[in-house]
Design a protein around this ligand. Structure first.
Ligand code: NAD
Length: 279
């Protein structure tokens, strides 16, 4: 059974295994181990022998070439394979998942809970998680999770604890997951574009590129920090820095003329619709 008391006790009692040992598995393993939620000796992964798994091994994770070797050792099994591999992995491990009553967590984009349930012979506790790429740096991820109907409140609390170690984490209804994909899933790419444009503006006004990009990125990081740390509505923060007749209000007017807000809303809408089509 799962224990969720304190982080330290959780590390003693729970074992976690990743099926797939790529970028996302490595990011999660690092976050879980660094935050003390799991001991590296309780953290396992599997991937085909011909794939490079050196990075996750450097994080202290023991890697096997057979998925079953991991499923036999753990009580939490995290599917961190590409979406098109999820079904075959579930079919392969179906008997072990049932026999050992494993909690199954999937981070695969676009793979619905229902399709995972159908791939298993017996009902299992499944949690679908949608993380984003900044989770590669523990503390900077934004992720949501949805437990299936037979998960207990302990399972949900455990998922919350685990994924909070990667950054912001919230439980949602699965019907909202496409919108989350359109916002925080695809969002880093929108923000990269904004940072690049901000840097271009600096270069146009005479700043060297390197300095300009560093200032642009740090400005985005700092503004995001102000929103998260203060909990204040962004409009209030914006108003506070726009002094009458000053530089900022002139800049803001130019942004409105360029339709920034409209473009960003359209981006979230377009990506959400695309995610719906793919799911
Ligand atoms: P990746 O290519 O880095 O890793 C995939 C891993 O799966 C590799 O280690 C590979 O060896 C392994 N693998 C392939 N076939 C396997 C099999 N049959 N059994 C066991 N392991 C197998 O991919 P990634 O970027 O880590 O993405 C993994 C999942 O995470 C995807 O489903 C993706 O949708 C999801 N995801 C990733 C990100 C991200 O930021 N990278 C964000 C959100 C969601």
């Amino acid at each position: 059974s799962l224990e969720i008391t304190s982080g330290a006790e959780m590390a003693q009692t729970n074992t976690v295994g990743f099926v797939g040992a790529g970028k996302m598995a490595t990011a999660m393993a690092k976050g879980f181990i660094e935050s003390g939620l799991f001991h590296s000796s309780n953290t396992f992964a599997s991937c085909p022998a011909n794939w490079d798994s050196s990075e996750i091994q450097e994080a202290g994770v023991t890697v096997y070439d057979e998925n079953a070797q991991v499923a036999e050792k753990v009580n939490i099994l995290i599917l961190a394979v590409k979406p098109d591999v999820v079904k075959e992995v579930l079919q392969e491990l179906s008997a072990t998942i049932a026999k050992r009553n494993l909690l199954v967590i999937s981070v695969a984009a676009g793979v619905a809970i229902e399709s995972m349930e159908k791939a298993l012979e017996k009902p299992a506790r499944i949690i679908r998680v949608m993380p984003n790429t900044p989770a590669l740096y523990p503390g900077y991820g934004a992720c949501v999770f949805c437990p299936n109907s037979i998960c207990t409140s302990e399972d949900a609390a455990l998922a919350e604890k685990m994924f909070s170690s990667l950054g912001f984490c919230s439980q949602i209804d699965e019907k909202l997951i496409d919108a989350v994909t359109g916002l925080s899933g695809s969002g880093p790419a929108y923000v990269f574009t904004f940072i690049e444009a901000l840097s271009d503006g600096g270069v146009k006004m005479g700043l060297p590129r390197d300095l300009s990009t560093k200032l642009a990125a740090q400005t985005v990081l700092g503004a995001a920090k102000m929103v998260t740390a203060s909990g204040t509505h962004p409009a209030v923060l914006r108003d506070a820095v726009a002094s009458p007749g000053g530089t900022t209000i002139h800049g803001l007017h130019a942004l409105e003329q360029g339709g920034l807000r409209n473009a960003v809303i359209n981006a979230v809408e377009a990506a959400t619709k695309r995610s719906t089509e793919m799911g």
